[in-house]
Design a protein around this ligand. Structure first.
Ligand SMILES: NC(=O)c1ccc[n+]([C@@H]2O[C@H](COP(=O)([O-])OP(=O)(O)OC[C@H]3O[C@@H](n4cnc5c(N)ncnc54)[C@H](OP(=O)(O)O)[C@@H]3O)[C@@H](O)[C@H]2O)c1
Length: 231
């Protein structure tokens, strides 16, 4: 198994906690070249995996009217959208040749409609959902599955600082269990948990005027630049 993240100490800790042997790569997924090289090395060492999961993501509040937020906006897209492409691309040729494999992308309910105060995150996840969908159809002739998981809220460092109520929030272990079930069943698109699926499906169907009316009252993520310092 190969594990990617930027913080090596955290990867080492995770590696020690796993029963399955693993290789760690302290790489930023927005660094296409470095990630590509690491994946080539990984394939040479352990072979082609059955499943590739693109989970890396960042979230922060942004305001579309603030010019200085453009830097954050680009960074969020770089990681949340291009990072996924950089993760999948090096496996494409091998998966296609072998006619077997599964790509899993972790999107978000935030990608279903535009969320005020979260333009960057919302746009990155909306783009991701559509990218994964187009890829899913392109992969059909090659017997390659593409699974899109759109979670609601999960208790992780990403949601730690949220001061508002997060409906149907899942503990991380429970979320992982449900992710694994969806991956195992080769689901095409799934919103987790099921309560969020109902909400997400409704969100998708609402006319713009009703969505605007509801969303303007909704909670907003704190506006902040992305903190890029690692220990
Ligand atoms: N928590 C939620 O409520 C929620 C809801 C919907 C969707 N999601 C999605 O679920 C995924 C995981 O989020 P989380 O809640 O576990 O957030 P998290 O606790 O902040 O973890 C984010 C993970 O992504 C890695 N990462 C971030 N930027 C990276 C980069 N540039 N290169 C490589 N790795 C990077 C982080 O490791 P390093 O920092 O060490 O790189 C960390 O492992 C994300 O895609 C997120 O958008 C989360």
């Amino acid at each position: 198994m190969g594990l990617v993240g930027r913080r090596k100490p955290l990867l080492e800790k995770l590696q020690r906690s796993l029963k399955t042997p693993s290789f760690i790569y302290a790489i930023d997924v927005s660094e296409e070249h470095l990630l590509h090289q690491a994946i080539q090395r990984h394939i040479k060492t352990v072979g082609i995996p059955d499943i590739v999961i693109a989970n890396a993501g960042v979230s922060t509040g942004t305001l579309n009217s603030e010019k200085e937020d453009l830097v954050t906006f680009k960074r969020v897209i770089d990681i949340n959208l291009y990072g996924v492409m950089h993760t999948f691309l090096p496996f494409m040729k091998a998966f296609k040749k072998r006619q077997h494999g599964q790509f899993v992308g972790i999107a978000s309910v935030a990608g279903i409609r535009g969320l005020p105060g979260s333009g960057a995150y919302s746009a990155s996840k909306a783009a991701l959902i559509n990218y994964l969908e187009s890829m899913r159809i392109e992969m059909l002739p090659f017997n390659i599955q593409v699974t899109t998981i759109a979670p609601g809220y999960i208790k992780t460092p990403m949601t730690n600082d949220n001061t508002y109520t997060m409906p149907f929030i899942l503990e991380v272990d429970e979320a992982v269990k449900r992710f694994m079930k969806a991956i195992d069943r080769k689901k095409k698109f799934v919103i987790i948990p099921w309560q969020m699926n109902i909400l997400g499906t409704l969100m998708r169907l609402l006319p713009a005027s009703i969505w605007d009316f509801l969303a303007k009252r909704g909670p907003r993520k704190l506006r902040a630049m992305i903190n890029e310092t690692f220990s």
